[in-house]
Design a protein around this ligand. Structure first.
Ligand code: ADP
Length: 277
């Protein structure tokens, strides 16, 4: 009982999604749902790999709903520690009480726990989840000196962006090999246009133009952009257009500007988009 912290919040953003509400819209892009359901049946952790904005988070929300499980999402960053996930002692009035972290809670109630961008988290997070990813299926609460068995419905899901991590934050093979891995990538033009229309009620003809722009920019590998146009950026552009912002301006602020700060590249991409929208 060595940690006394005078605040009840953790420095990790996490959300719990209950089962009420409509099932999130998700356009299947391959066999991901079938694989996930089988992995869940076998309680094998799943790693979702792929660039940002390609539907990984949406997919987890969708399958959690389909499987009728609560979903706890943790957005990992370089400060995310095992204490943030497992729990801590807090001071409440004159008392010191233990507060479960989101991982402990998920393990106890049998939720799906989604560690978004797991490679960003501190190494002790990876250590903490190891015993949950093998036959032991248990979690060690170091500050309490207790080990708890995971609820039979508990499932661990993590996401990882291989391109973005290049050169620095890699996931070790010993960690990766504890997961079944599903690759996510940009949808086919037809699927992506359908996603835009479904997400924003934009006209199909304009959605197709946005998808054309995205694919053109995705093919410009010589620009050396760290990340290229994601479906998320297109959804934002589509929303702005649908809400009445002029198309060229919407594409500039939602697609071009977020990609780069290089003025020359910004201008040439904006010119290209102006011709295509
Ligand atoms: P990631 O978790 O991979 O960064 P998200 O799941 O947050 O990406 O996806 C970003 C947005 O793109 C979603 O909010 C959704 O609007 C849209 N999107 C991407 N792929 C799909 C898909 N297959 N079906 C429905 N929406 C999608």
């Amino acid at each position: 009982m060595d940690t006394l912290i005078k605040k009840s919040s953790t420095n990790t953003e996490n959300t719990m999604t209950s089962l009420t509400g409509d099932i999130p819209f998700y356009k299947p892009l391959g066999k991901e749902e079938e694989v996930f359901k089988h992995a869940y049946g076998c309680r094998i952790p799943v790693l979702l790999k792929g660039p940002t904005g390609t539907g990984k988070t949406r997919f987890v929300g969708y399958v959690a709903h389909k499987l009728n499980r609560p979903l706890i999402t943790i957005s990992c960053h370089e400060e995310t520690s095992s204490t943030d996930l497992i729990g801590r002692f807090i001071i409440k009035g004159a008392e010191t009480i233990w507060m479960d972290g989101p991982l402990t809670k998920a393990v106890k109630i049998g939720a799906i726990l989604y560690l978004d961008e797991i490679a960003e988290a501190r190494p002790d997070v990876i250590v903490a989840i190891h015993s949950l990813t093998d036959h032991r299926k248990e979690l060690y609460l170091d500050k309490l000196g207790e080990t708890i068995k995971a609820h039979k419905d508990f499932m661990l899901v993590a996401s990882f962006n291989p391109g973005y991590q290049k050169g620095f934050k890699e996931l070790k093979p010993s960690t990766r090999q504890r997961f079944v891995a599903l690759s996510f990538n940009y949808p086919s033009p037809k699927d992506e246009a359908e996603i835009l229309v479904n997400e924003t009620q934009l006209e199909m003809s304009v959605a197709k133009k946005l998808v054309g722009i995205a694919n053109r920019i995705r093919n410009l590998t010589e620009l050396g952009l760290t990340e290229t146009v994601s479906t998320r950026l297109l959804v934002d552009a589509a929303k702005l257009i649908h809400s009445g912002l002029p198309k060229r301006l919407a594409v500039r602020v939602a697609v071009v500007e977020p990609l780069t700060d290089d003025l020359e590249i910004t201008e040439s991409l904006a010119d290209l988009c102006d011709l295509m929208i």
